[in-house]
Ligand binder design. Structure first.
Ligand SMILES: O=C(O)C(=O)C[C@]1(C(=O)O)C=C[C@@H](O)C=C1
Length: 262
């Protein structure tokens, strides 16, 4: 099995529930590191205000964050980012075509996966609910770096949540007879029950808090000094997963399964 950058690069046939879960676990590292970087800056509200930049800077309409994400996605689309079925843009309607030769990613997913995009929900919880908990209030003027850190967080979180497509595909292949009746009945609640593993969710929440402690500790040569100071609050990372990341992953799984027999 060949792995690159923590992603499963294998044909669909070799994908197992364990291998897709391994990818989710590796993606936790990316998410925790991205949060640590964003938490370096205060909230920096001018990054998000509609008027602040649009009124004063010609060429930028809307907030700086929208401008930053749109322009970054446009560049990354040209460089081929969204050819990968694991990647989903926040502004998918205005993307230029890729300029690089296409890479043939293994055909794992049902084509319906291409129409599933929950990034508007991710955008909403990230900026309106989560960011005020992650950052300290304040303004240090580093708006572009702040927007850049936000984009890294958003992309890591989005990739993880949309990985639900692969998780759902593997679950379906492992037990088609369990899933087919609920899919034919278009029964969201039954699908949600079938794909939920509460013990796994508890482990995920504990592990991401532990990663926040490990990756976000102050490293000091005098080991007694660093105790209990973390760059990102470990319980907040558990909460991020509990309230938003895992529920939206499950939403993606349900949406995918509903279309799996189309
Ligand atoms: O590992 C799985 O089976 C998943 O579907 C992923 C996940 C998660 O988001 O972490 C979601 C639903 C399950 O209840 C457990 C974990």
């Amino acid at each position: 099995m060949e792995k690159t950058d923590g992603n499963v690069s294998e044909s669909g046939n070799e994908m197992t529930l364990d291998s897709v879960r391994d990818s989710l676990i590796r993606q936790e590292d990316s998410i925790v590191f991205s949060l640590i970087e964003r938490a370096k800056f205060p909230f920096n509200s001018p990054t998000y205000q509609e008027s602040h930049h649009s009124s004063s800077i010609p060429g930028i309409s809307g907030s700086l964050i929208r401008f930053f994400v749109k322009e970054s996605e446009s560049l990354q689309a040209k460089a081929g980012r969204y050819q990968n079925p694991e990647e989903h843009a926040f502004f998918p309607d205005e993307l230029p075509p890729s300029l690089v030769p296409p890479h043939t990613f293994p055909l794992v997913l049902h084509p319906a996966a291409a129409s599933i995009n929950v990034n508007n929900k991710i955008w909403d919880f990230y900026f309106n609910k989560f960011l005020p908990l992650l950052t300290v209030p304040g303004d240090d003027g580093n708006y572009a770096s702040t927007a850049s850190s936000d984009l890294t967080c958003l992309q890591a979180i989005s990739r993880r949540i949309h990985y639900g497509n692969f998780v759902a595909e593997v679950k379906f292949r492992d037990a088609p007879h369990d899933y087919e009746p609920a899919i034919r009945a278009q029964d969201r609640d039954a699908l949600m029950k079938l794909l939920t593993f509460e013990a796994v969710e508890e482990m995920v929440k504990k592990r991401v808090a532990k990663k926040a402690m490990t990756f976000g500790q102050e490293v000091s040569l005098n080991s007694t000094e660093s105790q209990g100071k973390y760059k990102v609050d470990p319980p907040l990372v558990s909460r991020l997963y509990d309230e938003w990341v895992m529920p939206l992953t499950k939403l993606v799984e349900v949406e995918y399964l509903l279309r799996r027999l189309d």
